[in-house]
Write a new protein. Structure first.
Length: 591
């Protein structure tokens, strides 16, 4: 079977920022400007202890004018710091929201265009986690963690320059006492976090997926009295997440060791500063500068450790989001790679119905219509569900696919409309392999109306607007009138503005298919495939579906996956499936 690109619970985190840069490049000017403003704000903060130290020296020298000058400088620096910091935050917040907007649009586009196989292979909660929470982490990085990182890095650099030029002796002592333990603790933290944070993110995604599924299945859980069983599963996932969170917290405890290094360094600076000041090597103002600056320096190191932890978490989330984008990367050729299924021997088979001798390349001489040629399909490698399907539907033909439950009707329908790609063989429309058509053209030329048409929360009009081409109210009205459904629409409480409830729960299965038929009328496809609703339809709805389908079939190929005997009797041609094989094709007399 064709390989499905599966998401990785712990994707590669190497060079993650470099891989994410293409998604940030469009905002580089705004980000660069905000970073420059942030650095100016940091420089203003760095100079405050220096100005205070100079003011202390002027006070000891009884230089009133100098004292006032440096006191005013402190006020100016504080105001400048506040204004510049606020400005940079606004710039980065704006850039962050633009990044998130672009990424969310991209993820929705990718998920909307990826293969149905990929979506069916993953839990909805997992995809939701990667497309919402982990994209939000990118916004947090741009508007919060990035400026914090730049600010802290700039502060450490500017402070080091100021202190080194004020007293190289005290600066050397600061580096020797404080530097080695902080470096060692940072290495231990990074190693522990690199193991713990991906495990925590994967456990969180499992909890989100299970909880999301519990909301969708809430009615069934109540009907089956299975709530306690499901809660046990949710509790198991939650316990796993709590264990992973404890592991992440244990990794963070390495940072707490810096408090000991801070205390030792402060004591050493006070003792050494007093001795040097007593010998006249440094002034009292320099000692004050070192005490104040070192306090802020220690705070910056603590903040840096916090930001480093957040960055590691963001890196995990970013890697998981990039893994999703890589897994859903569109390709020009949608055909699956050759695999074991491609070598399945199909044996001789009769030519497709209405086909003429081939051209020597495996393509029937007749190029029009919808053709499935030697199609095989598997959901799992060891369980084929369709075997050597060979069937042809001429342009404008009205036919049905019939068979017992599990015979492969719905799977074949999804192959015929391009939602699935065959593991071997081809499906062609007008002589063109469906795998060679891009998504937009495919959806324009073939439409499948499933048994349960998916509706979104909102109005009737909101759901009709999901048809390709961004149709408007006039398009809705024309399509409904064309299908003879304008009276039905007028009979709804608010017409096209009728609220359908959550997931369209106010519409029956048959009414949902009427929505699908109106969408199809606006799309105007070459091929329409209708998977007849299996639920009992009231006579009025059944008549509306049959009447609308009769109006819509003119000039196009219509295939019906038929379940009701009354529907099967009216079909001019029936293709019967059994155990994944075409076992009969019957031409029936016109009713």
């Amino acid at each position: 079977m064709a390989e499905v690109r599966m998401l990785t619970e712990e994707p590669d985190q190497r060079r993650v920022l470099r891989r994410a840069w293409p998604h940030l490049r469009a905002h580089r000017a705004a980000m660069a400007g905000a970073i420059a403003v942030n650095l100016l704000s940091t420089l203003s903060l760095t100079l405050v202890p220096v100005a205070i130290g100079r003011a202390v020296d002027r006070l000891l020298d009884q230089d009133r004018t100098g004292l006032l000058v440096y006191a005013a400088a402190v006020i100016v620096l504080v105001v400048l710091r506040t204004v510049l910091l606020r400005w940079s935050e606004l710039l980065l917040t704006r850039a962050g929201e633009r990044v998130v907007h672009g990424l969310r649009d991209l993820v929705v586009e990718r998920l909307g265009g990826t293969s149905l196989r990929f979506l069916e292979a993953h839990r909805g909660g997992e995809l939701l986690q990667r497309s919402t929470v982990e994209i939000a982490e990118v916004a947090t990085f741009v508007r919060s963690q990035l400026p914090d990182l730049i600010s802290l890095g700039g502060y450490l650099l500017f402070t080091a320059i100021v202190l080194a030029t004020s007293s190289w002796q005290l600066f050397g002592l600061l580096v020797l006492v404080f530097g080695p333990p902080v470096w060692l603790l940072g290495r231990r933290f990074r190693a522990a976090a690199a193991r713990a944070y991906p495990v925590e993110a994967a456990a969180q995604a499992r909890v989100a997926a299970t909880f999301s599924e519990s909301l969708l299945a809430r009615e069934q859980l109540q009907l089956d009295a299975a709530t306690s069983t499901w809660l046990a599963r949710l509790r198991r996932d939650t316990d796993g997440y709590l264990g992973a969170a404890r592991g992440a917290q244990r990794a963070a405890t390495w940072i707490d060791g810096t408090w000991i290094a801070q205390g030792l360094t402060s004591a050493a600076l006070l003792v050494a500063g007093g001795l040097l000041a007593g010998q006249g090597v440094v002034t009292i103002g320099v000692v004050v500068t070192f005490v104040l600056a070192s306090r802020d320096l220690f705070g910056s190191v603590d903040d840096f450790a916090v930001v480093a932890g957040e960055l590691l978490e963001t890196r995990v989330g970013l890697a998981r989001m990039l893994d999703l984008l890589a897994a859903t990367e569109p390709t020009r050729d949608r055909r699956p790679p050759a695999g074991p299924a491609s070598t399945v021997a199909t044996g001789p088979a009769p030519a497709p119905r209405d086909a003429t001798p081939g051209d020597g390349h495996g393509t029937p001489g007749r190029a029009d219509g919808l053709l499935a040629e030697a199609v095989c399909y598997r959901y799992r490698a060891d369980e084929p569900v369709l075997h050597d399907i060979r069937v042809h539907f001429a342009p404008g033909e009205h036919a049905g696919l019939v068979g017992e439950t599990g015979s492969g009707k719905t799977t074949l329908a999804k192959l015929l409309c391009g939602l699935y790609l065959p593991d071997s063989g081809t499906v062609r429309l007008g002589g063109t392999d469906l795998a060679e058509l891009d998504g937009a053209e495919l959806r324009r030329r073939l439409v499948l109306i499933p048994q349960q048409v998916h509706l979104v929360a909102g109005t009737f009009a909101d759901n009709l607007a999901l048809a390709p081409g961004r149709p408007g109210r006039d398009d809705f009205a024309r399509a409904a009138e064309r299908l003879g459904l304008d009276g039905w629409v007028a009979g709804l409480p608010d017409g096209f503005d009728t609220a359908l409830g959550r997931r369209g729960e106010r519409f029956s299965a048959g009414e949902r298919q009427l929505v699908g038929l109106i969408r199809a009328a606006m799309t105007d496809p070459e091929v329409l495939i209708l998977d007849e609703a299996t639920a009992d339809l009231d006579p009025g709805t059944a008549h509306r579906i049959e009447s609308a389908l009769a109006r819509l079939r003119a000039g196009r190929t219509v295939l019906v996956i038929a379940h009701r005997p009354s529907t099967i009797e009216r079909l001019p041609r029936v293709v019967r499936l059994h155990a994944g094989r075409v076992v009969a094709e019957e031409n029936q007399p016109c009713p």
